[in-house]
Structure formats: structure tokens, C-alpha cells
Ligand binder design. Sequence first.
Ligand code: PHE
Ligand code: ZN
Length: 877
Amino acid sequence: MKDSQPSTIYLKDYQVPPYLIDKTELTFDLDETTTVVTSRLHMRRNPEFGLSTTPLVLDSGVDVKLIALAIDDYTLPEEEYRLSENQLIISATPDVFILTCETLIEPQNNTRLEGLYRSSSMFCTQCEAEGFRHITFYLDRPDVMSIFTTTIIGDESRYPVMLSNGNEIERGKTDEGKTFVVWHDPFPKPAYLFALVAGDLEVKNDVFVTQSNKEVKLQIFTESHNLDKVDYAMEALKRSMRWDETAYGREYDLDIFMIVAVDDFNMGAMENKGLNIFNSSCLLASPKTTTDDSYLRVEAIVAHEYFHNWSGNRVTCRDWFQLSLKEGFTVFRDQSFSADMHSETVKRVEDVSFLRTAQFAEDAGPMAHPVRPASFIEISNFYTLTVYEKGSEIVRMIHTLLGAEKFRAGSDLYFERHDGQAVTCDDFVSAMEDASGVDLTHFKRWYSQSGTPVIEVTDEFDAASGVYRLTMTQHTPETAAQPVTLPLHIPVKMGLLDPNGQEISAYFNGQESQEHVLHLTAESQVFEFTGVTTQPVPSLFRSFSAPIKLRYDYSSEDLLLLMSSDSDGFNRWSAAQQLAVNELTVLINQAIAKQALSIDSQLVKGFKNLLENKELDPAMVALILALPSQAYLSELAETIYPAAIKEARGFFKKLIAKELEEDFGRLYREHHLEGEYSPQAKDIAHRSLKNMALSYWLETDSELAHQTVKTQFESANNMTDQFAALSSAVHSQHEDAENMLASFYEQWQHEPLVVIKWLMLSANQEAADALSRVKGLMEHEAFDLKNPNKVRSVLGGFGQNVSGFHHEDGSGYAFLADQIIVLNKLNPQIASRLCTPLTRWKKLQPELGQKMKGQLERILKEDLSKDVYEVISKCLA
Ligand code: PHE
Ligand code: ZN
């Protein structure tokens, strides 16, 4: 452990910056050993700050070496500044001046992948949130916005492509015969949006004509062997640009928009102004190497980063506590875009399923925080499901409360009012209120309170008067950091079904309708409906109108009715999930008690009906057939028994498979597509149902199923089908699974994006010797501890491996802890993310929980980065 612990930063301590930087001129002299960065910062004291004697404090990283420092033409001697581990302090400055600073950095030794670093043969940057300080001394905070001019000097034969933000304004040769390129970005921006790329890259060009007839040059850069995989991203980019014009009235603002793919990247992608940088796994796509899921992800992330040009860049965040201002809103925008491009219901189900599994778990664990956190130790730890996904749910609720038209008026006002500014979540809400006249004062509590609200609902029906009453009670669980929780403003979109599954038109507040939006604002409230002639089944929180946990005592019959008849597609899925959860819970409890598993399943009956209905969207059928995941069942459990959950799921899947064996065989044949691959929604839907059917079918003894999976694996013309066959074979413990895994690697070893899928599946494979297999994977030629995608695949995949990770002797936990300790030094952000499975120790069955805790305590004794320290110390608090 270190002698002094890292300190906590609080939102309540926010102050405007004492200095401003109007212009930033940077020169990079790129070199394989040391890179020289020279900055000329046009600075002045901030009149809003008041005090005119405050020293100038610049942020810096330990990896930046100062060579020379000058104010205007005066070179500062060492006595006139102070240099510490993370700051450069100059006690006296004029009111207006130019600070010139020369620094040395070593991108080739930068394994944190923050600041300027190397990825294969290229140079690239990652500056969000606080990476710029690893490049040079700066006011590295988002409310300091500056106009950047960047000169890049490099050897043209190695770096024929040299890019930065904005437009290229000049190019030439230096005296030493190197090439220089000058880029100028006319839009003021914070340092976290700065980017630089240099390398031997190929480019795909295109053009987009904006709604006001401006031509924008579009460019996607990759290493030459990947140039054949960028067409889909380019089309997705053009669809995004068009959609932002129609849906939000937002037009692109520069003459050029560039995207670069890099192999080594901590996150998915980054919205740097005019120069987005992508993890290649989120950009490249081709039928033979990319699954349907990945195609959809590429489209969504291309859109997400593009949408940031307005929600993030033109209007940015005042401070990092406001991160959800740009991320929550932009996720909402990309989700709406994907819904418009494909199926709204399918998209909603996928997003909610993810939220309920992963964000709810975060909100119930030691890292729980509000969408606008009140404090942090390391901001990198707050790029979370809460800030992103729950943040998006908040924006979605505002959309529900205002209606589409007023919401659009609100977003128009927000962009117009705050263009060029760094603002807060409160500013966003104010714009929504001012444009709509809707009071969101109470609603805003969603930003400051963490935890998932639980809504208990009871009902009563009086046949004589035709009155139906719903009583709703809300409660958000307390946490150590949040001892008191208060009621939230919760929009409840709902309807009523009669016993035949028909929608009931009922009166609420004098309004007759089949669908209502109720406002639950108090701790407990009664909602009264009149004109109801039969006992209804309530369909609550349609399309998941709020991120809550619903408790209503549905019978299996009620759930079957909703599943087959609700007009809300989302709730049909949700009812099926609930029924599956109920039945799985019975089985899990039997498994915990070491009893023989047995159940008279009602869900099977629901599935039978579902499979006979030919009207339904095959994608929805596939989603309904997907059993609640191990992770979701763990989230729901009071105490997690990993092996019991796994056993119950396995048993249940087999039971369903046997009951419906013929249907699954038939579905497989009906949804099998011939012909060329296309990632369009209709085809994706058929493939998803076919492959879902295959995964059930394989759980039976059918010889034909076992043959089919091999045939599909060997003859598929696309990765979706090939990988689905492989995964099903692996997960069903097919006798040929080992051979299939080996031949898959053999076939795809030269495609890194396929190799990471293979690594993940291999690490995920349940087996008695899972741990030694994972150790083998880390020794494999395909593995590289410095590549985040590979680390995520192997260690992330292992974290989901019940028999390996949760081995009763604790060896899985010890192994993960060892890797975290190594990665803590190499790449703190990645190390910190790998801690996630360990954060659940308090909920784990006690024998396992104690072993996990022991590993957390062991990690805490190490010399930790802020990133890992924050997570581990909060786990043990
Ligand atoms: N801002 C990026 C995105 O959402 C995420 C990111 C954060 C990337 C930090 C890199 C580093 O869209
Ligand atoms: Zn984002």
C-alpha cells in the first residue's frame, strides 16, 4: 500500500478556471524513441474567477519531461516554477501572456494507452478524460475551451498519413527533410477532444451532402489489410448524418470528417472533433468475419460518436461530474437511431435486458453512484453503465414526460442556447423545461440519487361500480454512501387487458384511453380507473417507461396472457422473462437444497403457442425464447449461488428442448436462409431465430441436430452462422467441440477480430479444468497482455466461467487477482475494469464470498493506481 491514499474530488468544490487558453498551438516532432512536443498557449486570467494573484497550476503526467518553459519571451529559470508529480505551478504571471513549453514524451513506452501512444506501426492519441496531460502541461479540464492549431512533423516514408482535428491548412518539408502538416480546428474545444494520428494508412473516401447543400468529405483510415472492411461503417456514417438532420435538425459543421481504426484501444471509440478514433473491433465489418451483433454494434457506435459532434463537442461538459450530459443523451440518440433503422421493439428489449442485468448490478454494488456522481477518485472509473445507460433512461423519461414534439423543442433550445459552451445536466433540464413548460424540479432527483427503485403494486377491482384501483409504492434501497433515499418522479406507461387479452378502454382522470401515463411521485399513491367491466390484468411500465424493479404478484396465467396478447411488444417479452425467472427460481432453490430438479412448467406452454404463431417477428420470438442469463439471475438473487444457477438453467433448457424438439427442428429449417449474406434486419431476424432453435435442438438427443451443427459450422457463408454453430457446440458440450474450436482458430488465426471471439469463447468454455485452459490461452501465440481486446476476451470471458472462475477452492479468484496486479502497472484502466466480477463478493454464497474478499484484501496491499485503488477500496469499505 502507498503511504498516502489518493484523494477524492467533489462536485461541490467546483470553481471556474482561474485562467483561460484562447489559442493552443502544438508542434509534435514524432520519433520512434522520443517525441518532442512544443506548445504555445495564448493565456489570460479568467475575469470570472476574480482574484488576480492566483498562481497558474497546470496539469501534467509523470511521463512528461519538461525541457523548457517561457512566458512571452522570458525563459523561466527553475526558481520561478515548481514541478510535482502531477502539476506544474507558476506563481506569478501577467494578465495576458503566451506560455511556451517544450516537453519530451515516449509514446513507444506508453502502455496505459492514454495520451500519445503507439498501436502497431502508428501513433495515435486518447485524451478523454484526462489523457492530454500525458502529452504536455495544460489546463486539462473540459471547461477550458481553446482553438487548436497542430503541426505534425514526421518521416514521410513511415508516416505518410498525419492527421489532427479540423482542416489541413499547410504542408511542406523541414530543413532536415521531414514532412510537416498543419491542422487547424476553428471550433473551440477542451483538450479531451484533441486527437493526432500518424501512420502508413489506407483511406476510403466518400462524400456527404448536408441538408443545406454543403459537401463534406468523409474518410475512413485503416491499415491496408483492413481496407476491405470499412464499407459498412461508411454507409452507417452517412445514415447517421442524415438521421441527425431529420431527427434533431443537426447538421455537420466542418468540411471533413475522418475516422481511424486502431487495434489497441481501451474503450470502444472516441468522438474527437472531426477525427474519431475507433477500436477496430467497433468499426471493421465483413460478412465472413463479423457477426450480426457486431454489425449492429458498428452501426450504433459510428452513430454514437458522430452524434457527439453536437451532444458533446459543440455543447460540452462543464466538469466530469456532468459526464452523463453528453453520454446519457448521446446513448439515447444512438438507441433511437438504431430503433429507426431496424425494429424499435427488438432494440428496446436488447437495451433493457442489458440495463437490467449489468446496470442494476452496478447500482446494487459497492461502486453504485448517481448518474451525476457527487465525488470520485479517478474519473476513468465513471465511464459506467450508470452514466451511459441509466443516463439514457433519464433522457428517455424526459421524452415520455414531454412528448416527442416538446422534447424536440427542448433539444433545439438546448443546442441553440449552449452552442460553444461547457454546461451542466441542470442546464439540459432547464432547456427542456423552458421549451415545454413542463416542471421537472422533482424529476431532477434522478440525477442525484443512486440505486434502483423498487415499485410494489397491488390492485383491487369492484365489479359493481366498475372501478379498478392500482396502489403503487416506491422505495429506493439505501446504501452506505446514501443513507436516506427519497421518492422519485416516475412515469408509468400502462394499459389493462381483459381475460381474453383485449385492451380495455378505461377512464383515468376523466380521459378515456387504452394506454395511460401515470405520474408516480409520492412514496405511495392510488390510481383509480373507471368504466372497467371485468377484472383486468395490468400491463405496467410498457416499453420499460422507467428504470425500476416492478413487484406485482402476477399468476402464471396472467403472464401467459400478457405474453401472448399485450399490445406492447416489450411487455410481451418481459412477461415471458418474468415467468421464466419464476420457474427458474424454483429450480435454483431445489439446486441449492441439493434436491432433484423438477417443475411443471407453464412457460413451455407459452413457448408452444409462440412457436405456432407465424405472424410474429422472428427476432422477437428469438428474444422471448432466450432464457434469463446467468448474470441476470445473479442480479436478481438475494444470495448468488453460481453453480446452482448454472445447473437450473441447464436443466430448464433441456426440459424445454425435449418438450418442443419437433418445433425446434422445424423452426431451424423454416428460418434457414439461402443466398448471399446481408446485415439487414429481416435477415438478421431469421438467423437469430434459426440459431436460437439450433441451440435448443442440440440439447436433445437428436442425431440430426448434432449433424446439423457441424454442417452449419463447416459450410456457413457468414460468421454469424459459423460462430453460432461453434458456440452452441461448445456450450452444449458437443463431442466435437474441441475439434471445432481448433479448426476455427486454424481457419481464422490471421484475422485479429475473429481471434478475439475465439479467445472469448475458449475462456468461457465450462470444464472441470477451465482454469488451466485459461492459463494456456494466456501463453498462446494469439494472446497479448498489452492488447485490451485480447485481455477483455480472455479475462472477461473467464469471469463469466462458472466452473473456472467460481471454483470452490478459490483458485479462479486468485488467478484473476494476479492478473489485475500485473495489469495495474501496465494499464490501470483495463485493470480496474477487470475488477468488476470481484465487486459482487458480498452477495455471493458465503464460502465463496470470503475467498473473493481475501483476494481483494491481497490486491489492496499492492502499490495501486488510482483506478484500481478506488474500486478495491470501495469494495472493502
Ligand atoms: N467518449 C467515448 C464515447 O462514448 C468513450 C471514451 C471514454 C473513449 C474515454 C475513450 C476514453 O463515446
Ligand atoms: Zn459517448
